[in-house]
Design a protein around this ligand. Structure first.
Ligand code: C2E
Ligand code: MG
Ligand code: MG
Length: 410
């Protein structure tokens, strides 16, 4: 098998050598150069799988190199190295992503071996070669399924209670196994099938919410709405029709849309969101903190919930910067009259901090992972059964069943 190739441009030869040795340990053939003309020449010749760019070099500031790579349609994963503070590194990273580059991550100097290892571990295999046609068939034949991740609400008595789920699409592919959304949603968007896929998900979720109702469970379901469907003015009517078919109320559904996609066609998006809200369907702004919404637009959009991006929440306990951002976003949500939901809650520490700040909702692996509908039902029911063995009034960090039972009685 042909080995993988890495190209490094770094003027500090000791740093280049050190990183080169670590990456070679992962099976890469490594070539290092110390100036940008040599880098571009080697890039053409080698067509590397992985590229490392020192952002501060005597003859260039690194951003020029990112532009040059974008012009050459670079498909390689890119690692950035910088001697300056974290903010410069993350700004450069964003520039690269906006140029369409696959930025794997950044390394601050002095470079640590474990950081390099972690970046290389994040190199996912290339997307499976699924076709438009296969996707079209999958939407029709039930291969696109939905998993549900629990969401907890902080009650007045400061206890977290599971009362909602987020619906997450999966493709049970006959050859490639379970595919995650990032492996097929972009294809659905490119091939014009995203509208059909979205309605399939809405239909599946509405049927499930109705089934939970029958079992005595009241769970609000959040569904992700991708930005291309936010221009379809018929969408609200179609959704309402689906709800009617399954006899469920509009308050049992909530739509999440990414901050980044929201501002592309503001007028149409505003109209569609307003129609949803008028019919009682909540709107959540997803992955908040990763885009650049203007405060005026945010204030004007009929949004009911703001979801703090998980990159900040997972860093609670490790990064002061992330904690400051989490606090600021939750404060902003409340000031604008929205509820705040933190996603990516992976630790007790994060959940405790969120309780202290007064975050309204939380979601993450610490509370529960995404599960197929029947397993999610068992998970929720098991919490209820467990509660029988706990002393009354015991307050756990994790949401537990008695709380859920109370919610159902509301
Ligand atoms: P999202 O809406 O931000 O969904 C949350 C993602 O975070 C999910 O990934 C979930 O599994 C993951 N996650 C949840 N808790 C944790 C945690 O504690 N730690 C970490 N590290 N991750 C956590 P998933 O299922 O891979 O979905 C990725 C994205 O794909 C979603 O991000 C959403 O934007 C999109 N997506 C999912 N389902 C659909 C769908 O039906 N339609 C559309 N258009 N997009 C979807
Ligand atoms: Mg979401
Ligand atoms: Mg999100």
């Amino acid at each position: 098998m042909q080995s993988k190739r890495m190209l490094i441009v770094e003027d500090e030869s000791a740093t280049a050598r050190r990183i080169g040795e670590i990456v070679a340990g992962h099976g890469y053939d490594v070539v290092s150069v110390d100036n940008s003309p040599a880098f571009l020449e080697h890039f053409q010749r080698l067509s590397p799988d992985l590229v490392l760019i020192d952002l501060l070099m005597p003859d260039t500031d690194g951003i020029d190199l990112l532009h040059a790579l974008a012009e050459r349609q670079c498909a390689a994963a890119v690692i950035l190295v910088c001697r300056m503070d974290e903010k410069v590194l993350s700004a450069a990273r964003r520039v690269g992503e906006r140029l369409g580059l696959r930025i794997l991550g950044g390394l601050a100097e002095p470079v640590r071996a474990e950081d390099v290892d972690a970046l290389i571990a994040g190199l996912l295999p290339l997307a499976p070669p699924v076709t438009e046609r296969e996707l079209g068939e999958a939407i029709g034949n039930g291969e696109i399924v939905v998993e549900y991740q629990p969401k907890a609400t902080l009650r007045r008595d400061r206890v977290w209670a599971i009362d909602a789920v987020e619906a997450l699409a999966r493709w049970n592919h006959s050859r490639f196994g379970t595919l995650l959304p990032e492996e097929f949603i972009p294809l659905a968007e490119r091939s014009g099938q995203i509208g059909r896929l979205t309605l399939h998900v809405v239909n599946t979720v509405a049927a499930q919410v109705a089934a939970w109702r029958q079992q005595g469970l009241r769970l609000e379901a959040a569904i992700n709405l991708p930005s291309p469907v936010l221009t379809d003015l018929d969408l609200p009517d179609r959704v309402i029709e689906i709800l009617r078919m399954h006899s469920i109320g509009s308050r049992e559904l909530l739509f999440e849309m990414a901050e980044r996609g929201m501002m592309s066609d503001v007028d149409r998006t505003m109209e569609i969101l307003t129609r949803f809200r008028l019919r009682g369907i909540g709107i959540s702004i997803d992955d908040f903190g990763t885009g650049f919404s203007s405060l005026v637009q945010l204030y004007r959009m009929p949004i009911s919930e703001m979801k703090v991006d998980r990159s900040f929440v997972t860093a609670i306990g490790r990064s002061r910067e992330a904690e400051t951002i989490v606090r600021a976003i939750i404060g902003l949500a409340h000031t604008l009259g929205m509820t705040a939901c933190a996603e990516g809650v992976e630790t007790q520490e994060a959940l405790d901090l969120l309780r202290m700040i007064g975050c309204d909702k939380a979601q993450g692996y610490f509370i529960g992972r995404p599960l197929p509908a029947d397993e999610l039902t068992r998970f929720v029911m098991a919490e209820i059964a467990l509660q029988d063995f706990r002393p009354p009034g015991e307050l756990l960090g994790r949401p537990h069943a008695g709380e859920l039972a109370l919610l159902m009685d509301r």
